[in-house]
Design a protein around this ligand. Structure first.
Ligand code: IPE
Ligand code: IPE
Ligand code: MG
Length: 245
């Protein structure tokens, strides 16, 4: 099944949740779930590229996840490093542009250095943007954008009256990405957990009980099929939407 590209979301984001429970249900340590989750990332990125998404944003590590047990945080950092090193050829070979959102400065050097190298080297790629949310929080990102705009206002570069919704959206780290169309969360939880709070304003939400390590191409296609069946109204009436075609 390949979704009709005219009904494809341009930008999909995924809260990749349930690694720990996937492992615990098998009597394995939580970090084994994270290792298996890394494989799902590879499969889903490839599938997203093949079906023709313009942008895929993956919530890999939240600002709040720093407070997890140190061993678990250390393993997650190691897996992130492995991911950017192991997937370099795949990303470059498939024309994928990698970007990162979040407090990238908080990442240890052994993650940040190969990450930023790949961000730089892939900057000219055009097939799809892969956006990794790392040490990311939606509230934190809104505050960072507000702070940057306040600084511009203090310097007289902009006036408070210049601030519009569009201008604010551009100031966010996601400013260069297409509007978020579809937000997926795995593992049965139905909450945003501080992800893309601003950007999700009119996103379609899709929740699945599947744990992230079990999520793959077919699950992504199921989510895309669900999106295809939705009627997005953006505050208008059904009649208005249908007459606009
Ligand atoms: C998602 O899986 C991965 C990260 C948050 C880094 P979890 O580790 O949250 O797994 P559960 O929710 O505890 O099962
Ligand atoms: C959200 O999952 C963060 C990521 C998937 C990276 P969490 O597991 O941290 O969220 P909560 O704690 O269930 O809200
Ligand atoms: Mg979780």
């Amino acid at each position: 099944m390949t979704p009709d590209s005219t009904r494809l979301p341009r930008h999909v984001a995924i809260i990749m949740d349930g690694n720990g429970r996937w492992a615990q249900r098998r009597g394995l340590p939580r970090v084994d779930g994270h290792r298996r989750g890394a494989k799902s990332v590879k499969d889903v990125v490839r599938a997203a590229r093949e079906v023709g998404l313009r942008a895929l944003t993956l919530y890999a590590f939240s600002s709040q996840n720093w407070d997890r047990p140190p061993d678990e945080v250390a393993t997650l950092m190691q897996l992130l490093r492995d991911y950017v090193i192991d997937e370099r050829a795949e990303i470059m070979g498939n024309g994928i542009r990698l970007i990162a959102i979040g407090e990238v400065d908080r990442l240890p050097d052994f993650v940040r250095d190969p990450l930023l190298d790949l961000v730089r080297d892939s900057a000219g790629n055009r097939a799809m943007t892969l956006c990794l949310a790392l040490s990311y929080g939606g509230r934190e990102s809104i505050v960072a954008a507000a702070r940057a705009l306040c600084e511009l206002a203090t310097k007289g570069v902009i006036q408070p009256s210049d601030l519009t919704e569009a201008r604010f959206s551009e100031a966010l780290q996601t400013g260069g990405l297409p509007q978020l169309d579809l937000l997926i969360r795995t593992s049965g939880e139905e909450r945003l957990s501080n992800f893309l709070l601003w950007e999700a304003a009119y996103a379609e939400l899709y929740f699945t009980d599947t744990f992230w390590p079990d999520f793959g191409r077919e699950h992504l296609l199921e989510a895309l099929a669900s999106f295809d069946g939705r009627e997005r109204r953006f505050g208008l009436t059904r009649e208005q939407i249908r007459s606009a075609g």
